[in-house]
Design a protein around this ligand. Sequence first.
Ligand SMILES: [Zn+2]
Length: 80
Amino acid sequence: MAGKYQYHKHEDLSKRLICPRCAEFLTYADIEIFPACPYCDCRLERNPELEDFILQPLVERWANQYAPVTGRSRGRRDSI
Ligand SMILES: [Zn+2]
């Protein structure tokens, strides 16, 4: 499963995209509006993989919201 981009798994389990040029960790928020590295200005090619990365927090939020309440099996966060 070799994708175009590499990721770093942060301790809070959110993925960070590793900039292919300067190797900084980017969060989805960094590239949500404009897909470029804020550190080195590297333009990131918008592809399905990148879309997935950007949408990941949204998807997780939905999943948490609609997941059946099954107790403590998942580290559920209290609602906002
Ligand atoms: Zn960069």
